[in-house]
Ligand binder design. Structure first.
Ligand SMILES: [Zn+2]
Length: 121
């Protein structure tokens, strides 16, 4: 549990789970994204494929598309739930009932190491 003790560690973990090969744009998959120096954990995509390209570009955060995006709960609380979920995954419970039981939304599932949905090739 000590790994998730700090918010920074949580964010670094989340970052490495989401983008193990480097940050890419969640909308168009562009890997030429700019890190926003003024806003930590935010990036900017200026791909011409996006409608925002003609203006300021598309900004996204580490949390976009995850359960962390629209939650008021502190990140550390979520990671405790996540940790619980990951450590109970082995218990041969079908995937659905695992998060039904703890009331987690589907979007959390892809953070789990064995989910594979965004886990690479
Ligand atoms: Zn993009």
């Amino acid at each position: 549990m000590s790994f998730f003790r700090t918010k920074l560690a949580c964010k670094q973990y989340l970052l490495s789970r989401r983008w193990p090969k480097g940050v890419t744009c969640p909308r168009c998959g562009n890997d030429k994204v700019w890190e926003l120096k003024s806003r930590p954990w935010h990036w900017l995509c200026k791909s011409p494929k996006l409608p925002e390209a003609s203006t300021s570009g598309y900004r996204f955060s580490l949390y976009v598309g995850t359960i962390f995006e629209n939650t008021n709960y502190p990140l550390l609380i979520w990671f405790k739930v996540l940790y619980f979920m990951l450590t109970t995954r082995r218990a041969s419970v079908p995937c659905n009932s695992t998060h039904d039981r703890v009331g987690l939304p589907d979007r959390l599932v892809y953070l789990a190491p064995s989910a594979g949905r965004h886990g690479g090739p």
